[in-house]
Design a protein around this ligand. Structure first.
Ligand SMILES: C[S@@+](CC[C@H](N)C(=O)[O-])C[C@H]1O[C@@H](n2cnc3c(N)ncnc32)[C@H](O)[C@@H]1O
Length: 238
């Protein structure tokens, strides 16, 4: 696939700062399903080491709050500066998705790449913690690592080559996520689909030089991608 915006980041930067399947490609494909106006204030939830935040701030001209639990906001700020971004364009924050320190109706949009499945599996999460922070008619865009079909009752050996059943419990298919999201009032599901760039995003990830990527190679090299997908979700607050 063609990724003119993701491709503006050097390969070495993508490899150094990714925490899973190439977040730049996932983010560019995801944003292609919507139209967030230039200058909008956006929450990048579970932003990790800041790649998607830098992409949205620099290439889409959005004002991005990069909120993440595990990453160091000071390190992310230095990265944003290296990308030529000021702290008014990309704002790094350490925050828990279940206790976000923002006013209701603050964001025009929320983008969440490869992290919603950490906190969003609780069907009460969306309505209790995230949706109130979004303006009416604002959109929420998620790229969720998942399965083509839930197979938790009979996990194939290729998945178990890298992950435990407990880790795989974070991965679900599109039907499971539709049931989860449908339980929230005040939001319309505009679109849910399997993302086209999943295979190449995973191929980029396992080339990264870190212990997590190396650990994921066994699964990918024995056929895990036949079972894995990435689920794009587009929601609109009523
Ligand atoms: C697999 S990493 C993906 C990071 C980044 N989006 C990327 O694609 O490189 C998952 C991220 O979810 C974040 N996360 C997990 N639980 C969280 C929570 N309760 N609140 C905020 N962030 C959370 C972690 O800090 C981590 O950075």
């Amino acid at each position: 696939m063609n990724f003119p915006k993701a491709g503006t980041f050097p390969l070495s930067t993508m490899r150094k700062r990714s925490m899973g399947p190439n977040p730049l490609k996932l983010c560019e494909e995801l944003l292609g399903y919507a139209s967030i106006p230039t200058g909008s204030v956006v929450l990048d939830l579970g932003s990790g080491a800041g790649l998607t935040s830098a992409l949205m701030a620099r290439e889409y001209r959005l004002i991005v709050y990069a909120a993440d639990l595990w990453s160091d906001p000071s390190d992310n700020m230095r990265f944003f500066e290296e990308c030529g971004l000021t702290n008014r364009q990309a704002i790094p924050i350490k925050a828990d998705a279940t206790a976000l320190p923002f006013a209701h109706g603050f964001f025009k949009a929320v983008v969440c790449v490869d992290s919603y499945n950490y906190f969003g599996r609780d069907p009460g999460y969306l309505g209790n913690h995230l949706l109130p922070l979004v303006k009416r008619s604002g959109e929420l865009l998620f790229a969720i690592p998942g399965m083509t079909r839930d197979c938790h009752d009979n996990l194939p050996a290729c998945l178990l080559a890298s992950w435990t059943p407990e880790q795989l419990d974070y991965m679900h298919d599109i039907g499971w996520w539709r049931t989860n999201l449908s339980q929230t009032q005040g939001v319309d599901i505009l679109d849910m689909r399997e993302m086209a760039c999943t295979r190449e995003a995973w191929a980029d990830w396992i080339e990264c030089d870190n212990e997590y990527a190396k650990g994921d190679r066994a699964a990918v090299e024995t056929g895990a991608l036949d079972y894995l997908s990435t689920i794009a979700v587009r929601l609109r607050r009523r």
